[in-house]
Design a protein around this ligand. Structure first.
Ligand code: MV4
Length: 505
């Protein structure tokens, strides 16, 4: 096993990897940029190396500096976390050429699965179901129209070099094709420097369900079940859960088997996630593969009891996978909320700044994977996620109720966070029903009354505006799920003047 491991990342995932190192008796080595000198991951590591100025392009994305730090520290391995260089084949190659171990898949696997069209081909070869359509690039609108007739409307145009929803257009009739094709190509060119698009059958109101797999370097490949990731805002996951509310063992076995087949066909090793769309009839279609540890890995850990980061490091060190597929069990339910330094009342505008007060939740079934502390200055240079709050219960309802308890305890002073947004969503009847799909957030915002418009309040004092908003919030709470008296949260309006400080706006 490694003596020293360098973490080429920051924030909560760097802290998470440090903890796995501690559990394995490995000495964790941190890297940091100017603004991260006093960051939590730097404080918790055994050694820390400065790698450059705040902008990621001058620090966390500079492979050479990271490798140099590893060589200087004597680390045998580098863990990329997620984001940054975690899915750059050239970086994995450079690490291996420097004689170090990259804690992740082979560079070839990263390369293969990094192209949506190659990944789709690999899935087809492995006999896994993919979304009906053609992966080849469409030359022009005419070719798109011909292909759409084969596939059958509605279809979805997608950027060949893309992902994350950029360059995607739904086309319901032939008349819409011309403008959709031009717009999708233009957006693809702008976003990825490659205008090519392809066509798929549009899956109406799909669930976004992903399968976690773990594979060692000797061909042992298992799946750890699914995560429901349909609660997304602008193609960013915000709430994830395990298992899916569908909680269908046959679907789990079939999707898991398909995921394992694709991974084996690609000679994949390390942890990895295969994303699927699931339609209303529980047909599933392979979308793409993520060749990294994912943000939402904790919900799988909570329900299976398996430490994914520990397994990933053991695999990188050449250990065989000791867990067999028949050993994997799913017990209970876990939900995760991604806590961002963003203001939900200002269209999720980033809210960097100093955390002047931090009260984190705890107690039965609560896990807070945090990268911050009271007094920490949340920088504006990086992804604004400050922590992930996960809760565990015997049932989905218990996990959700515990999440509500945890969110009430969670107070972050000095900056705005998405905590109040989650408090509302978890109260929402459609969310609580589990009948969710990728359109949930769009529908949620459509039905959520927005606070009074500017002109209606221009002649009100600030306190009157606060009172109006608090009353509106209380009204909304009552509307969503009229609580019994016992669970009725104290009205914030009644609290005005009382000393119940530290409640999130
Ligand atoms: C789809 C789809 C429906 N039909 N493809 C979104 C980004 C990337 N992960 C692929 N995505 C989708 N591809 C077909 N053929 C639905 C999604 C999708 C989605 C689409 C719109 C809004 C939010 C979404 C969230 C997850 C998946």
């Amino acid at each position: 096993m490694f003596r020293k491991l360098l973490i080429a990342n920051r924030g909560e995932i760097a802290v998470r990897i440090i903890r796995a190192c501690r559990d394995l008796g490995i000495s964790p080595i941190a890297v940091y940029s100017t603004v991260d000198r006093n960051a939590l991951h730097v404080q918790l590591a055994d050694e820390a190396y400065f790698i450059g100025e705040a902008p990621a392009a001058q620090s966390y994305l500079v492979g050479e500096k990271i490798i140099a730090a590893a060589q200087q520290s004597g680390a045998e391995a580098i863990h990329p976390g997620y984001g940054f260089l975690s899915e750059r084949a050239w970086f994995a190659r450079a690490v291996e050429e420097a004689g170090l171990i990259f804690v992740g898949p082979s560079p070839d696997s990263i390369e293969l699965m990094g192209s949506k069209t190659n990944a789709r081909e690999a899935a087809i070869k492995a006999g896994a179901p993919v979304v009906p359509g053609t992966a080849n690039k469409l030359a022009n609108t005419a070719e798109a129209l011909v292909t759409a007739i084969d596939v059958g409307y509605p279809v979805m145009l997608k950027a060949s070099a893309g992902g994350g929803g950029k360059g995607m257009r739904i086309v319901r009739t032939a008349e819409e094709m011309q403008s959709a094709f031009e717009n999708a190509s233009a957006e693809a060119q702008a976003s990825f420097g490659d205008p090519s698009v392809y066509i798929e059958k549009y899956i109406e109101r799909p669930r976004h369900i992903e399968i976690q797999i773990v594979a060692d370097k000797y061909g042992n490949t298992i799946h750890l079940g699914e995560r429901e990731c349909s609660i997304q805002r602008r193609h960013q996951k915000v709430i994830e859960e395990c298992p899916s509310p569908l909680n269908d063992p046959v679907l789990r076995a079939n999707m898991g088997a398909a995921a394992v087949k694709i991974a084996k066909a690609a000679s994949y090793y390390s942890v990895g996630t295969l994303e699927f769309l699931v339609d209303a009839n529980r047909n599933f279609y392979f979308l793409e593969m993520n060749t990294r540890l994912q943000v939402e890995h904790p919900v799988t850990e909570l329900v299976t009891g398996i430490d994914l980061v520990r397994e990933q490091i053991r695999i990188a060190a050449g250990h065989e996978l000791v867990i067999r597929q028949e050993d994997v069990q799913w017990q209970g339910h876990a939900v995760e909320c991604r806590v961002y330094a963003e203001d939900p009342e200002k269209n999720f505008l980033p809210s960097p700044g100093k955390i002047t007060k931090l009260r984190t939740p705890s107690g039965p079934g609560v896990r807070d994977d945090s990268g911050v502390y009271e007094g920490w200055e949340v920088p504006l240079f990086y992804d604004p996620m400050i922590s992930k709050l996960a809760t565990y219960g015997a049932t989905r309802e218990e996990a959700i109720n515990r999440m509500q308890r945890a969110l009430r305890e969670y107070y972050v002073g000095g900056i705005r966070t998405t905590i109040p947004f989650f408090q509302e969503v978890l109260n929402d009847a459609e969310f609580r029903s589990g009948e969710i799909d990728t359109g949930f957030i769009a529908r949620y915002f459509e039905r959520r009354p927005t606070p009074p418009k500017g002109d209606a309040t221009s002649d009100l004092t600030d306190l009157e505006i606060v009172a109006a908003l608090v009353a509106a919030y209380d009204f909304l709470q009552q509307q969503q799920s009229p609580p019994t008296i016992a669970t009725q949260p104290p009205s914030k309006w009644k609290a005005v003047g009382r000393n119940i400080a530290f409640t999130n706006r």
